[in-house]
Design a protein around this ligand. Sequence first.
Ligand code: GLU
Length: 480
Amino acid sequence: MSGKKIVRTRMAPSPTGEYQIGNMRTLLYNYAFARKNKGQFIIRIEDTDRKRLVAGAQERMFEVIRDYGFDWDEGPKKGGKYGPYIQTERLGIYKKYTDQLIKNGFAYCCFCSEERLDEMRKSQKADGKLPKYDRKCLQLSKSEVEKRLKAGEKYVIRMKVPDNEVIVWTDFIRGKISVPSKDIDDQVLIKSDGIPTYHFAVVIDDHLMEISHIMRGQAWIPSTPKQVILYKCFGWNIPVFAHLTDLMDPERRGKISKRHGSWSARNFLNDGYLPEALLNFLMLLGWNPGDEREFFSLDEFIEEFSLERLHKKAPAFDRKKLDYFNKHYIQKKSDKELAKLLKTFLPKVDDEILLYLAPLLKERITRLSDAVELTKFLFEEIKYDKEMLLQRGATKELVTEMMDKTTELLKETKNWDDVVNIQNKLLELIKKNNWNTGQYFMVFRVALSGQKITPPIVECLPILGRDKTIKRLERAVNTL
Ligand code: GLU
């Protein structure tokens, strides 16, 4: 044995809402670090806050984590020797540890009512003090506590924060952090229903599951001193903490929040972003390889990843950059792969047509969902805007002439699927009539689609079919 500790990282989501894109970044780093060090990546569900549970959220989390391309070594649905991995299935485990804390004077029972606590907090606030439990129940004698417990009084178990100490730990990203113990509340560890709070369960579970490194959002920094105290009370080794930066909104005014639209990880997939593009984008949102490289597959990222290169400065969520990655990965898809991906967005379109459309769309879409708007005219009735038909200064007479002559030509065209032939015929027609090529094709496009942007329009003719094409050209002229 080298004596080197096995790297075990974890993601410990609470199923209290949809999995957010920021959570996925945290997961990516934890996952990569475990993989890089040939360790294990664990998922644990922290569901002790029963009031905040959202129905179905847990299942949706597992699904979206998988849809982004991740798997876990231990956790729900997988099992593992440190299970169960859902905290409410571990309730029997925690009691032993609270008993131990109470016995050693690190925790105590508190019988204060909610009303009393509310009053206390109100008056502390009014005095400009930080709301903090005033330790009334810490004064109770052992026999008094026993009497009240026997009488079946409602109680919680609180941690006894040490007096006059400075709690210090070293955050891998932020360095030494110290908090005077007087600023730390006697945190409730076990609620009156016997269920542990996050603060307690997280420490017990991270220890029992032998988690070596904890990477999580910076929002958890204020909780860390309480957890550090608990580790010390138990005499346990403290894992490496690395608190990741927040993600800032695109304008860097604040962290991304619901006010700026939906940031759920699922939503990005629904919008037509590819998992590999999202991951590549997230990799660089708080980490860099130390050089100019920007494209990384998950395997390449795992190879390169190190905690030393995690950033201290919060990055802005730059959608343009995400779009750039998405375009890149869309273009790398084979026609067949892209056709398959497009099926989700164009479920009614035949596979064969999707395969035909794939190369036409590949260079023109940023998100898979863009294909819907771009190809709508092929599958649905269109509406004309008269003004739009008069493209690039074309007069009504000119457009009529262009479209009438085109109709005539297309009616006679033999092989409808031979787009090269049609293209050549149209070019001849343009030349013969001395029309402007750019203007002509814009008019033709709008006449057939009602849109200014489409896939190459002549290549769309085989899908549109001769009848529909002719009808649309005639209708366009009649609209003028
Ligand atoms: N259950 C916490 C959450 O929902 C986990 C915090 C932690 O990683 O310690 O994010």
